[in-house]
Ligand binder design. Structure first.
Ligand SMILES: *[C@@H]1O[C@H](CO)[C@@H](O)[C@H](O)[C@H]1NC(C)=O
Ligand SMILES: *[C@@H]1O[C@H](CO)[C@@H](O)[C@H](O)[C@H]1NC(C)=O
Ligand SMILES: *[C@@H]1O[C@H](CO)[C@@H](O)[C@H](O)[C@H]1NC(C)=O
Ligand SMILES: *[C@@H]1O[C@H](CO)[C@@H](O)[C@H](O)[C@H]1NC(C)=O
Ligand SMILES: *[C@@H]1O[C@H](CO)[C@@H](O)[C@H](O)[C@H]1NC(C)=O
Length: 433
């Protein structure tokens, strides 16, 4: 064979035969290369296999290791041509050099670029912290998927679809902190959604780490009415809080908040962050829109101060039939509990907020951590609006209390609460033990 091929192109042979031999050689070489290169591309099929409906999950950067998990990737207009990957990182991880592999739409070529790591604040001294990786892309590029690799790794273990922003579809979107511990207070969930809808909410984002079946039924109900999006939040075992060791603060709340912020960039004019046991209640305005119109315009963030409404305190004595019948039947605490602590927490302590997602870079639990250019925040005076925190558990100290009936303007929510529960017969209000 070798003696033959060595003569392939000697003068006695025709140029045409010579050409065919070269073609054959190239074909064989290409086939062998393709076979060996295959493993590098199989992860693309992993994404396709999930189908058109991609389901969010945490993916490791190094297979079998919990150094870094990636969750979602975004390319946003305010981010000056970069792709951001929302992640969770081990602060003691030995990895030090990260690269992004970007792929275009219908484009089989890949582009490798360096990724920079930005850890979010507020890890609360836990081993794991929320973080974001940034990779630069050219203005003209429209990457479709991205993978994160580390330290010379040639085969990526993860692949994320890149979420680019949509056109504004909503005015007020609410991001709710992760549902955990087989969350089963369906009555609280329904009350929060119905009061917020009256205040002007268009849509809710929930992150499902752990729920009970009654809450699933309520979430499915709101999803089918297109009022809610439920993202699965299946924390990897190493991040789960088995023995109250909390490897990451509050079920990855910081990563979740920033995922929700980015997901709504461009899609919603305002994004509101609060927990299930909190409501942002205007004192005299009839909804959030009127409230904002009365405050300085175009702030990047409106911060609301918080006060406790202790659930141990007695229900209000009311002569309203709605309160006495419906609020009691459906455990609508925001109408039953009309006493709050006189104390209002100082700014940045337990505050909750409403932001313009185009102007905010990153958020924390009680504050905005970074603004884009010229971002400004404004503290809404407590006599204009307040975070009502319906707090369960032991009173910290006997604070003096006062009557606060500001939720009564939204008493129509009770009719909606009743309507919703009538559509969900046989679903327990919870909690389920
Ligand atoms: C494919 O990707 C490469 C690298 O990102 C880029 O230069 C090229 O323009 C892309 N081609 C198409 C058709 O998008
Ligand atoms: C929430 O997560 C659990 C556990 O993975 C799942 O069984 C349930 O269907 C999810 N609920 C919703 C509404 O997505
Ligand atoms: C949690 O505690 C239980 C009993 O003390 C033990 O069996 C289990 O292995 C612990 N889990 C973790 C993740 O430490
Ligand atoms: C607020 O922003 C809107 C839209 O960008 C603009 O039309 C309006 O003039 C701004 N208002 C103030 C007071 O700056
Ligand atoms: C709330 O209480 C104030 C004074 O205690 C009363 O004037 C007002 O009418 C009450 N608001 C509603 C909506 O009942």
């Amino acid at each position: 064979m070798t003696s033959k091929t060595s003569k392939v192109c000697d003068e006695k042979r025709t140029p045409r035969r010579c050409f065919l031999w070269i073609c054959l050689f190239i074909f064989l070489w290409a086939t062998i290369y393709w076979i060996f290169a295959q493993p590098r591309f199989t992860y693309i099929n992993k994404l396709k296999w999930i189908g058109s409906k991609y389901t969010e999950h945490f993916q490791p950067v190094v297979p079998g290791k919990s150094y870094v998990f990636v969750f979602s990737a975004f390319k946003l207009s305010s981010d000056n041509n970069r792709v951001s990957i929302v992640s969770i990182v081990d602060k003691y991880s030995p990895l030090h050099e990260f690269k992004c592999i970007l792929r275009g739409k219908g484009n089989s070529t890949e582009k490798w670029t360096y990724a920079t790591l930005e850890e979010y604040p507020e890890s609360h001294n836990r081993r794991f912290s929320a973080a974001v990786f940034h990779c630069d892309v050219e203005q003209s590029e429209e990457p479709d998927t991205v993978s994160l690799v580390a330290d010379g790794q040639q085969t990526p273990a993860n692949i994320l679809p890149i979420i680019s922003e949509s056109h504004p579809k909503r005015t007020f979107t609410v991001c709710v902190s992760p549902l955990h511990s087989r969350y089963s207070k369906a009555y609280q969930l329904v009350e929060m959604v119905e009061v917020d809808l009256l205040l002007g909410a268009d849509h809710f984002f929930f992150y499902n780490y752990s729920t009970n079946w009654n809450v699933d039924a309520v979430l499915n109900h709101y999803q089918s009415h297109r009022l809610a999006t439920v993202l699965q939040w299946p924390l990897p075992a190493v991040l789960q809080d088995d023995n109250q060791t909390e490897p990451i603060h509050y079920y990855g709340q910081i990563a979740m908040l920033n995922d929700c912020l980015k997901r709504n960039h461009g899609a919603s004019r305002h994004v509101i962050f609060h927990d299930l046991d909190e409501l942002i209640i205007p004192n005299s305005h009839k909804n959030w829109k009127d409230l904002l119109n009365s405050q300085p315009a175009n702030m990047s963030a409106y911060m609301f101060r918080s006060s406790y409404f202790h659930l141990e305190w007695p229900d209000v004595e009311s002569n309203s039939k709605l309160v006495n019948k419906i609020a009691k039947r459906y455990k609508a605490n925001s109408f039953l509990k009309q006493y709050r602590e006189e104390r209002v927490f100082s700014p940045n302590t337990r505050s909750k907020y409403l932001v313009d997602p185009l102007q905010v870079q990153s958020v924390g639990i009680h504050r905005v951590w970074a603004f884009r250019d010229r971002g400004r925040q404004y503290f809404v005076p407590p006599n204009v609006a307040l975070v009502h925190h319906y707090r369960e558990g032991i009173l910290e100290r006997q604070n003096s209390r006062l009557k606060d009936n500001s939720t009564l303007k939204f008493i129509d929510a009770l009719n909606q609460i009743e309507k919703t529960w009538k559509l969900l017969p046989h679903i327990p209000l919870g909690p389920i033990k």
